[in-house]
Design a protein around this ligand. Sequence first.
Ligand SMILES: *Cc1c(COP(=O)(O)O)cnc(C)c1O
Length: 390
Amino acid sequence: MKKKKFETEAIRTQLERSKFLEHSSPIYLTSSFIFEDSEDMRASFAEEKDRNIYSRYSNPNSSEFIEKVCKMEGAEDGFAFSSGMSAVFSTFAALLNSGDHIVSARSIFGSTHSLFTQVFPKWNISHSYFKIGDLDNLEKLITPKTKIIFAESPTNPGVDILDLGALGRFSKKHKLIMIVDNCFASPYLQQPIKFGADLVIHSGTKLMDGQGRVLAGITVGKAALIDQIYRYSRITGPALSPFNAWVLSKSLETLGVRVDRHCENALKVARFLEGNKSVNWVKYPFLRSHPQYKLAKKQMKAGGCVVAFEVKGGRRAGKKFFDSISMLSLSANLGDTRSIVTHPASTTHSKLSEEERLECGITDGMVRISVGLEHAEDIINDISQALDRI
Ligand SMILES: *Cc1c(COP(=O)(O)O)cnc(C)c1O
């Protein structure tokens, strides 16, 4: 049969039906699975059989979620985690040894930066950062101990775009493991494996769940690397719960239609902001004014749900803007049905020094909006009245 399209796989990739012939997948809330007899028990533990033993290792609901994401990302295999950060942590920890070195883009999720700067040094794992637009100087950062190259695109919160194809070629040349956190794009908008990534990480908490209800993470990619991650994780125990896996499999059925609307609304919000007199600048990957507009068009299907902008008048005006917002949520999450406004300088990136913040393009007046699925007019009206008050 012909290879099915993204939307179809998202819906039709499903667990085998039980004797009850349920139409949609049931939840397997069980910590362990039983053996037929002593031989079955021995063979299962000897890994002579591909079966569920214990939900820390695998569970039908996690397997269904993993299979869907593998199809969406074009990956061979995967492992599902209890949160995005447990996916990031376990992926690195499984693959690295003491003395190893990571090369990473500077603009990355705040907790991933803390992992590199506060946790990994305990095990003598070091890192060097590069600026997203400065791939020409990457060579200088590589040492004989460099094992992983890591990046996110679009970045958080500045929505800068990294040239994934160029990074893929560089990674191949230097025999590095290329890992991309694809959370801001979702597999619907961008598939980093096509550009040379070996592993792709997601926080399932964001667009994948899409309704702000569960925490989850997943790593997918080359089977040999996933096997190492699986072995590390079945010992250390960061597995996703079967219930959350079930929620996510269900959410993925609507990922395409949801993300289409997120992007449509976000582009409308970005265009509105571009014409507003209280705004210094707006950044959205699919606005023509975005510095990497062409690259964004090349590697992404649409611009994503996040818009960044700066209000005129710095921190004071920013504070007034947030205090005047009436419907949008003041929260730190993103990729939710509900639109969310965040002030990165005082929240998600407050642990960074001012200098570090400016390196990532985070100014005091910068606002990040995760545009949700409310009617675009209502979202814009709320932003508009708040801008009028600053
Ligand atoms: C939210 C996020 C994470 C962490 O995910 P959690 O599910 O909150 O642990 C990692 N990377 C990016 C880009 C994120 O936005």
